[in-house]
Design a protein around this ligand. Sequence first.
Ligand SMILES: [Zn+2]
Length: 254
Amino acid sequence: MKTVRMEEMTWPQIKAAIASGFTTAVVGVGSTEQHGPHLPTMTDARIGDELAHRVALKLGNALHARTIAVGLSDHHLAFPGTLSLKPETLQRILRDYVDSLVRHGFTRIVFLPSHGGNFSTVQAAIEEAREAHPRVEITGYTDLFGLTGFLNSASAEYGVTAEASGAHAGENETSMMMALESDLVVTDEFAPGYLGPTGENELKIIFDKGMPALTSNGVLGDPRTASAERGETYLERLAAFLAAEMEQRSAPRR
Ligand SMILES: [Zn+2]
């Protein structure tokens, strides 16, 4: 097979792939929202697309379904270019994805949110879809602190603090975007944002009051030490981590 990206395949190619055992579909759930003065609004969707693709390749029996490019970004709406869905809208989109994919014979559907605001809605959608399709394994990686913790510890290996690695447009995401879309990264605009802790309290402030309550430039972290080479390492390690988590989770069900 030339590709596992379903959007690049014809329907007979997809039908043949499913028949030959490619019965898992992997879906990234990104966002279109401000990422500071230095990263494009596609950032979470682009990273989510890349991760879903790499996870599909690592799982070995998976196809990559079209990435969902808009998510729950109300807390970023103070910044132009942000597009935001309501939770019930995203939940219905996810359900429609599941219903479509199940009809074609996929028996496992994996959702990979790449934007913090999406995690709890993706989890709710997974639970709803499981009820509707009890024979299909519907799963995903919905542990937000697990994800940020993994990324911060990857950064720590290069001497980057968790605060600089950041939860939004910091060293970590900026490095990944330099690896993926170097032409779209505005290096002249690299500037630190909020550099305090980002635990439950800070997330509550962000979701209740919006990003400007913590950061005026839209950044949580510090992009100034970002590097493309490191970004490639982060993407590869994160994809391996997510693929391993999904493999582990699939065994006990059914
Ligand atoms: Zn992001």
